[in-house]
Design a protein around this ligand. Structure first.
Ligand code: F6R
Length: 616
């Protein structure tokens, strides 16, 4: 979370272009946090800056009002970690003479200790942030050489960072460095302008050559030039690579919100995820040249899936699929918890790390932990060039295109589609019959069409959402695959509508939570598993007997369910239990979207959230 940006113009760019470029770059990074934003730069050898609480548009108004011009600049969009949403806590942060400025993504873990040491030297602090400590520390070490001061400060700092710093006395220089946080540099081959960013999204619409700054590396960026240093301070060679970009993906394309656009993209994105990745003839998956050798897949005794939030939900579903179809013991673990369990990882453990962004700090930390124990990690990622894609032993991309809405939708269904192909692959290299593989592929190929059928019901789902929008409390219930699907459905609702929504295994309700059932609690029953249908119906009856209003998502034509529930969204029926989660999740996404819309919530950028969670 937090996005950093920096810009040194090349030929043909003026001082007002610099501010404009930074605002545009920040807007593309806004999904990483939108609590406040700020910019600082040098103009005619003087430090200038502007900050604003709230989204980038409020910073934009402020820089326009101040008619800010800069010769070069660093900029920031914040997701608050240390300190409230105030102008003082907004980045950039400065040294005491306002000659040095810094923007930061990450967390300085020993900020308290450093602050105490600096304060003992009479250095004053004006914010509650961990970042201000960096500004004051670098300034303490500065004796005319910003690079050397940053290198020295880095030795004192514990924690993670992507930093960009400037100093008024070195007006043509930006120093950028990273540890466990993403940082990318882009060079415009025509104008020679240089861009610094937390991710390549900020470069969309430009044909840049890019490089990723790796752990402990430091870059000195001046007009037309980048010099890279390793952790020991030695100059390094580097290669810039052309960045392929898809501009269409970052427009709303006529939809009111990115979330709705991304929900409606799903027939296409699932197609892109599965296209060319299976063989009907052999009834198996073809996942390309994986850098992990086949024998690792063949000999895996145990699979460990790591992820957070929605990606963990996808992993949870995949774990059941892998056990049931590939017959491999599999556990899906929440990455942030996993690290602290002293995990048992043997050489026969295959680790699958799932992350849309590929930047989730908890997932990356867990990946590093298992790699240190010798396990091979297969990444499942949407964002190309992301940290997970670079650090995993092999990576398979979702190909779902940029997901801009903070609330994940199309990435989740593509994760499920890809994980079902991976399951098929593992099942077929073990014991699954070809005919069974072919049957699975038949169902998978139908998924985009089934999603279309759900999307066609959007007007009906909208009407139901309007009815249910008056509830403050929701239970989403499911069994087997539909349990993690109900966790995901509840997460969607809570994150964009701020309602209290809990996903729960339907069979567990009677062991406690049924005490909460009342006419004021809406129950959404996800009845998509044939194997557990009867039991699910009993669980719905138990809720109904206690006066709980129920809306079901259920297979077309199930009369019994229709008699139990107040409302039903009819779902396609010709789908296997393993894949039913995909269309059911699409219906739940629409339901949450329309409730949030009815309640006038800020759908694409819900409060307190950020798309890339780059702090642990
Ligand atoms: C929910 C959501 C989050 C993410 C989680 C992990 O809609 O988007 O729960 O799934 O922060 O993010 P990635 O997949 O980027 O690792």
């Amino acid at each position: 979370m937090c996005g950093i940006f920096g810009f040194i113009p090349g030929s043909n760019e003026t001082a007002s272009d610099v501010v404009d470029t930074c605002i545009k770059g920040l807007k593309q990074l806004e999904y990483r946090g939108y609590d406040s934003a700020g910019i600082a730069g040098i103009y005619k050898n003087e430090m200038q800056s502007c900050k604003s609480v709230g989204k980038i548009k409020s910073l934009q108004s402020a820089v326009e009002f101040e008619k800010l011009n800069l010769d070069m600049a660093i900029a920031h969009t914040r997701w608050a970690t240390h300190g409230g949403l105030t102008n003082e806590n907004a980045h950039p942060h400065f040294d005491e003479k306002t000659k040095l400025a810094v923007v930061h993504n990450g967390i300085i873990e020993n900020h308290f200790e450093l602050r105490k040491k600096l304060a003992a030297q009479d250095i004053k602090f004006y914010s509650e942030t961990d970042t201000e400590v960096v500004a004051k520390l670098v300034s303490l070490y500065y004796d005319g050489d910003l690079k050397a001061a940053v290198q020295r400060a880095a030795k004192d700092i514990k924690g993670s960072y992507a930093l960009a710093l400037i100093h008024q006395d070195q007006p043509n220089l930006i120093v950028a460095t990273a540890r466990d946080c993403p940082l990318v540099l882009g060079l415009d081959p025509q104008t020679k302008s240089i861009f610094i960013s937390s991710d390549t999204n900020a470069f969309l619409g430009r044909s840049l050559d890019v490089m990723f700054v790796k752990n402990e590396q430091l870059a000195c960026i001046t007009k037309h030039s980048i010099i890279l240093y390793d952790a020991q301070g030695n100059m390094m060679d580097y290669k810039l690579e052309a960045l392929g970009i898809d501009l269409h993906a970052i427009t709303k394309n006529g939809f009111e919100h990115f979330m709705l656009k991304e929900i409606f993209e799903q027939p296409m994105t699932i197609n892109r995820t599965i296209e060319g990745r299976f063989s009907e003839e052999f009834g198996t998956a073809q996942l390309g040249n994986l850098a992990i050798p086949t024998h690792v897949f063949q000999s895996a005794h145990h699979i460990l899936i790591l992820g957070c939030g929605t990606s963990w939900h996808a992993g949870h579903i995949a774990a059941s699929m892998l056990e049931s179809l590939a017959r491999i013991p599999t556990q899906a673990e929440i990455a942030s918890e996993f690290r602290y369990t002293n995990p048992i990882v043997s050489e026969n453990t295959l680790v699958i790390a799932i992350s849309q962004s590929g930047e989730t700090a908890d997932t990356l930390a867990a990946v590093r932990e298992v790699q240190a124990k010798g396990a091979k990690v297969l990444g499942i990622c949407n964002v190309k060039h992301s940290t997970l894609s670079r650090e995993s032993d092999s990576c398979i991309y979702l190909k779902a295109g940029p997901e801009i809405s903070v609330c994940s939708t199309k990435a989740f269904t593509s994760q499920l589609a890809l994980l079902s192909l991976l399951t098929l692959h593992l099942a077929r290299i073990r014991h699954m019959e070809k005919a069974q593989g072919q049957e699975f592929i038949r169902y998978l190929k139908k998924v985009p069409q089934l999603i279309e059928e759900v999307l066609n019901q959007a007007p009906k789902i909208e009407k139901l959402a309007k009815k249910y929008a008056k509830f403050e409390h929701f239970f989403f219930l499911g069994r087997q695959y539909m349990f993690p699907a109900s966790l995901e459905a509840a997460l969607k609702l809570k994150e964009i509508s701020y309602l209290n929504a809990t996903g729960y295994p339907a069979g567990e309700m009677k062991h406690g939570p049924i005490a909460l059932i009342s006419p004021d609690v809406a129950v959404i029953a996800m009845c998509g598993n044939k194997k557990t249908q009867d039991k699910m119906i009993s669980n719905m009856m138990e809720v109904k007997s206690r006066g709980g209003p129920i809306m079901a998502l259920a297979p077309e034509g199930n009369e019994e369910i229709a008699t139990i529930t107040e409302d039903v969204i009819w779902m396609p029926e010709d789908i296997c239990d393993e894949l039913a989660c995909i269309p059911y999740s699409v219906a739940a996404q629409l339901f949450s979207y329309y409730i949030a819309k009815e309640r006038n919530c800020e759908i694409d950028q819900p409060r307190n959230l950020a798309k890339s969670v780059t702090v642990e």
